[in-house]
Design a protein around this ligand. Structure first.
Ligand code: MN
Length: 505
């Protein structure tokens, strides 16, 4: 039988009030789902519990864990909104509503599906924690997908692979991204999954052994130079991510150097660079594979130094150097930002003071919520919401996949800022991604310092400079060239304005 003990133990220093809230949410949800079963035959409440547990493991606060316990009471147990508001407050109700699908009667099939996704993004653009609850929910649904009727499995796994796993990636949540990908992989690509599994089997044992030896040598060398207090671990590449990479490398396993990587966590940023120097001074690095994601973080915030070295055993090994903070951000992404933020808030305001004032003024929930979360909603999520005007259901989902979650390329500004775009984007897309003013007045573009035409397909790592001229405005031709919905939308609105100005008065 589930109980609240484990959940509460996972929350960092919960207050008495928070413990009470979790207990109430636990009891309420258990009652609401009382006679419901999952496809597996388990009580439905187990799913609510596991979702809440996932949220606690991600370091989410008590209020989010409580929302996790309650996330399906409206959708699946037809609980009353008014009652939830009274019992648990506006904030929890908002979080639950955000992840609740739209009514079956108003929308059907794909339409319902797309509109629910749209609703999820709108709620998330106001409070990013909505998406984190959805991801925690999806993890458990994927873990129990084997019990779901066959005809539904493929649809759910495909949606996870195309939307939710990339979403976790873009939010910097490496751990959730890998988990969601590897849980969906066997359902969406069963044959390929088996192939990858057998490839991994062959490679693993020999690699792990040499990795261990290399790791010991490195620790010794680093200690000699004064870098101690190191943590090392091995990171196995996710099976799905390996599959995608093999596809890009024409299935040549020998061209993949990071099936297994050695992760070294050192105390400071300085130590990362120092350690890189030490490692390179006794093991030759492979050219072109030294990557400084500390000075140039990936657009999702990922930071580390990567290098690939030749070992004494004739193979190569990827090494990733980072600090403990970088590691936490790489695994938990936006969830770890929320964590740091809310700690800060707690420091400033006395906790007990906070609690009684909350009781007096239920509206303060809203204020505090804004303080903590609004700055954390990434602009690209807001763009999804902006883009949705008058777009049909199917287009919305296709656009979402294409613009936000499909394979991305990273493009640099001359100052070294990085912008991520869908694959095959061109300078027009890049210009509008920086700012609509730059897009609206672009007269030319340089890639690696050379002038190029506006329809040039950009490649990963290109440095692109946009030249602007005040007099220039978008033309109809740009509309055909632009790939992203964001650029198209800006161009269209500019063209419309011009038309209106040209009309005789
Ligand atoms: Mn659920």
């Amino acid at each position: 039988m589930k109980n609240t003990k484990e959940l509460i133990s996972l929350i960092k220093s919960p207050s008495k009030e928070e413990i009470k809230m979790i207990t109430r949410a636990f009891d309420y949800s258990q009652k609401a789902h009382a006679r419901q079963l999952r496809y597996s035959g388990e009580p439905y409440f187990n799913h609510s519990y596991e979702t809440a547990r996932n949220l606690a493991l991600l370091g989410m606060s008590a209020i989010v864990v409580a929302a996790g316990l309650l996330h399906d009471v409206i959708e699946d147990a037809s609980a009353n909104e008014e009652e939830i508001r009274k019992e648990f407050g506006e904030e929890i109700l908002f979080l639950i509503n955000g992840v609740t699908k739209l009514g079956k009667i108003r929308f059907k099939g794909l339409k319902r599906h797309a509109e629910s996704l749209r609703k999820l993004f709108i709620a998330s653009s106001q409070d990013i924690r909505v998406i984190i609850i959805k991801l925690a929910d999806r993890i458990h649904n994927m873990e129990t997908l084997q019990y779901v009727p066959k005809e539904k499995q493929l649809r759910i796994a495909t949606e996870t692979l195309e939307i939710f796993a990339p979403l976790a990636y873009r939010l910097g949540m490496g751990l959730l991204n890998r988990r969601l990908e590897d849980l969906s992989f066997p359902y969406v690509y069963p044959k390929e999954y088996e192939t990858i599994k057998s490839i991994i089997k062959e490679r693993n044992s020999e690699d792990v052994n040499s990795l261990k030896k290399v790791s010991r040598t490195i620790i010794k060398k680093l200690a000699k130079e004064g870098i101690t207090n190191i943590e090392t671990s091995y990171r196995k590449k996710g099976l799905y991510s390996l599959y995608r990479k093999l596809e890009r490398k024409n299935w040549d396993v020998n061209k993949i150097y990071d099936i297994l990587a050695l992760r070294i966590i050192v105390p400071t940023v300085n130590d990362c660079y120092k350690a890189l120097g030490i490692i390179h001074s006794f093991r030759r690095p492979m050219p072109g594979r030294i990557k400084d994601y500390i000075a140039f973080p990936k657009p999702n915030g990922y930071q580390s130094l990567h290098t690939t070295i030749f070992t004494r055993f004739g193979n190569v090994i990827e090494i990733q150097l980072r600090t403990a903070e970088m590691h936490e951000k790489a695994e938990y992404g936006i969830a770890s930002h929320l964590l740091y933020k809310s700690h800060k808030v707690n420091k400033k305001t006395d906790h007990s003071y906070n609690m009684w004032i909350k009781k007096l003024l239920p509206n303060i929930h809203k204020l505090e919520k804004k303080e903590i979360t609004t700055p954390d909603v990434p602009t690209w999520i807001k763009k999804i919401v902006d883009n949705q005007n008058s777009v049909h259901a199917k287009e919305f989902v296709d656009e979402l996949k294409k613009d936000f979650f499909e394979h991305r390329i990273f493009i640099f500004t001359p100052k070294g800022d990085v912008i991520d775009l869908p694959i095959d984007s061109n300078p027009i897309d890049f210009a509008f991604a920086i700012h609509s003013d730059i897009g609206n007045h672009m007269s030319g573009a340089k890639v690696q310092g050379k002038l190029v035409s506006l329809d040039t397909k950009l490649k990963n790592g290109d440095i692109v400079e946009i030249i602007t001229t005040k007099k220039i405005t978008p033309t109809g031709k740009w509309l055909n060239i632009a790939k992203t919905a964001d650029a198209k939308r800006h161009i269209k609105s500019c063209l419309r304005k011009q038309e209106e100005e040209d009309k005789p008065h």
